[in-house]
Design a protein around this ligand. Sequence first.
Ligand code: SAM
Length: 292
Amino acid sequence: MGLCDIQDIKAILARHGFHFSKSLGQNFLTEQWVPERIAAECGADAEACAVEVGPGIGCLTVQLSRRAAQVAAIEIDRALLPVLEETLAGCSNVEVVQGDVLKTDLRALCAQKFPGRPVYACANLPYYITTPAISALLDSGVFAGITVMVQKEVAERICAPAGTGNASAFSIYIQYHARAEYLFDVPRDCFVPQPKVDSAVIRLTPLAQPAVQVENEKLFFDLVRAAFNQRRKTLVNAIGVVFGGKFDKAQLTEMVTYCGLDARVRGERLSLDDYANLTGAACALMRAHGML
Ligand code: SAM
């Protein structure tokens, strides 16, 4: 039985009366090289464990099972549990955990199942939860690496260096916490049913310390979000909202130029260091006005 063979996939699913759910982002891989390569790139080895999000019928799970000491695979769809029981019958180091990854305490799960072991997260993510799932994996603080397949355009944005125009508030959040690498493309014809978009695999390696030192983390991300929420506006015009409209344009312009930035610059042009400097200048101005 080939878990990436389209005829075998259809036969297993038909035997279990399973129908693909579009709303759960169910697009299963049909090319063996893809799960093999994701597992090879994810960093899990005999000393380490793996958490997979959304095993589907288990093609990536089997590959992780061959490399890692133990694997926990979180699957939301109860209809896939009997399928996985069959397809993973030979994988004694795999446990399927029924549940929603967004409602799972990942730190507690890893502490309970893999105490003291390095753990790597791995997934062909359902598109509809790309951003919250990556945030949950990163925020849990328990993974040595996070290797996930996402929509190609999302992968490009996540890995775009800040200041290059393709960056976003989400990419800055990720690059503040992790090193982001674009690994490889996966064309749409590698899935059943075939999605309307191509995919790509990225690897996030969480940093021991944030990429830049900031005086006030909340303010840093408030400024980033405000800048990208209105990315067509200049930075000066976009960030006023962060201060509840308390500073006029002249004050905001002085704050921006004090950081060595052009008064007409847009937020998408700033590096992480620029945002860190801006946060420092904003803290100073707020302190001077008794707002901090
Ligand atoms: N890993 C399989 C593969 O590569 O062929 C399936 C990947 S498919 C894109 C996404 C999988 O995630 C499906 O099995 C789906 O049921 C599951 N899923 C969707 N939402 C989920 C959630 N919130 N928590 C856990 N699993 C979820």
